[in-house]
Design a protein around this ligand. Structure first.
Ligand code: SAM
Length: 308
C-alpha cells in the first residue's frame, strides 16, 4: 500500500459515531471541510492551525488522490480525508457538540430544480450543523452565487440555532482555492456567510447502533422471479432502491443495487446463495454499503420477493 494512503479513511469500516480521538491519536479540536477540491484551503488551514484536526470529505476520487500526495509530501499529520458525500458523513460520523468549524467553499449550486436534492441548502443539512457543531462553533460558506448564500442563511435561521456573524460580498480573496481564483479572474463577486451556533438540536442518524445486518434465510428461491427483478424499483419511507442487474452462476445470484435516500446514493450487491439446504440472502461483503434504512430494507425485500 502506498504510504500516502494512510490519510484516507474508508468510513464503511468504522462504527458510528467515530472515535476521532482514537483516529488522530490526540484530543485536538475537529474541523470539517466538505468538497475540498484541489485541497488548497484544507492544507493551508491544517498548517496554520496545528492545534486542530481537519477532516475533508470529497466525492471526487481524483481530488482524494491529489490531496493525499500533497499531505504526504508536506508531512501533514492533522488531516484525514474520505471519499463520501459530506452531507451524509457529517450527520452520521460525528457526535452532537463535537465539531469546532465546518467549511464549504464554492459548492456547485445545482441550479436545476431536478438537482436540488444535491444542494447543501436544505433543512436536513442545517439541522445536522446545529447538532454536530459545538456551542459557539462556526459554519462558513463561500460562494460566487448570491442566491445560494441567501438560501443557506435562511435555512440556518430557520433552525433557530444560529446567529449570523458575517454575510455579504467580500472585496478580498478569502480561501485561495482554484474556484475562488477562477471566479475572481472572471470578475465575479464572492460572497461569505459565517454563522455561530447558539442553540442545540439533535438529529436522527441512520447508521448508529452497530453493524448488524439482516441476513435472511429462506427455504427455497423462485429462479424466474430473481431473474425478472432487473430494473425493478422498490420504494421505502426513506427512499428507493433499484435492481440494476442480476448475475447468475451455479447456486448463486448476485444482484447489483443502486439505492437513493434523500439524495444519498449507494451502489452495492446483494448475494443470494445456497448454504447447505437453504438459501442465504445478504449484503455482499466484497462491495459493502453503509447500513442505512434502505440498504437493510433491500435485503429483507429481496428475500421476501424471491423466497417461498
Ligand atoms: C465547485 S468545486 C469547489 C472545490 C473547492 N472547494 C474550491 O473552492 O476550489 C465543488 C467540489 O465539491 C465536491 N462535492 C460535490 N458534492 C459533494 C458532496 N455532497 N460531498 C463532498 N464533496 C462534494 C465536488 O467533487 C467538487 O470537488
Amino acid at each position: 500500500m502506498s504510504e500516502f494512503l494512510r490519510y484516507d479513511l474508508d468510513l464503511r469500516h468504522y462504527a458510528a459515531p467515530i472515535d476521532w480521538k482514537k483516529i488522530f491519536g490526540n484530543n485536538k479540536e475537529l474541523a470539517v471541510e466538505i468538497g475540498f477540491g484541489n485541497g488548497e484551503f484544507l492544507v493551508s488551514m491544517a498548517k496554520e492551525k496545528s492545534w486542530c484536526n481537519f477532516i475533508g470529505f470529497e466525492t471526487s476520487l481524483i481530488s482524494l488522490v491529489k490531496i493525499q500526495k500533497k499531505l504526504y509530501s508536506e508531512s501533514i499529520e492533522n488531516v484525514k480525508v474520505s471519499r463520501i458525500d459530506g452531507k451524509f458523513a457529517l450527520r452520521e460520523f460525528f457526535s452532537d457538540n463535537s465539531v469546532w468549524e465546518v467549511y464549504i467553499n464554492f459548492p456547485c449550486p445545482w441550479p436545476k430544480k431536478s438537482h436540488q436534492g444535491k444542494r447543501f441548502t436544505d433543512q436536513g443539512f442545517t439541522e445536522t450543523l446545529a447538532a454536530v457543531l459545538k456551542a459557539d462553533g462556526n459554519f462558513q460558506l463561500i460562494s460566487d452565487v448570491k442566491w445560494y448564500v441567501e438560501h443557506m442563511k435562511a435555512f440556518l435561521l430557520k433552525t433557530g440555532c444560529f446567529e449570523i456573524i458575517e454575510f455579504g460580498k467580500s472585496d478580498k480573496t478569502i480561501v485561495g482555492t482554484r474556484y475562488e481564483k477562477k471566479w475572481i479572474s472572471q470578475g465575479k463577486d464572492i460572497y461569505i456567510l459565517r454563522a455561530k451556533k447558539i442553540n442545540h438540536i439533535t438529529v436522527e442518524r441512520w447508521t448508529w447502533g452497530g453493524f448488524e445486518m439482516p441476513h435472511v434465510h429462506i427455504e427455497n428461491v423462485n429462479r424466474e422471479k430473481i431473474l425478472g427483478l432487473k430494473d425493478t424499483i422498490f420504494k421505502h419511507l426513506k427512499g428507493v432502491f433499484v435492481v440494476k442487474s442480476v448475475y447468475y452462476s451455479q447456486d448463486e445470484y448476485l444482484l447489483r443495487i443502486v439505492s437513493n435516500e434523500g439524495g444519498f446514493q449507494q451502489r452495492y450487491f446483494i448475494s443470494v446463495e445456497k448454504v447447505h439446504d437453504r438459501w442465504l440472502v445478504k449484503l455482499d461483503t466484497d462491495a459493502s454499503a453503509y447500513r442505512t434504512p434502505v440498504v437493510k430494507f433491500s435485503v429483507r425485500k429481496i428475500a421476501e420477493v424471491i423466497g417461498f
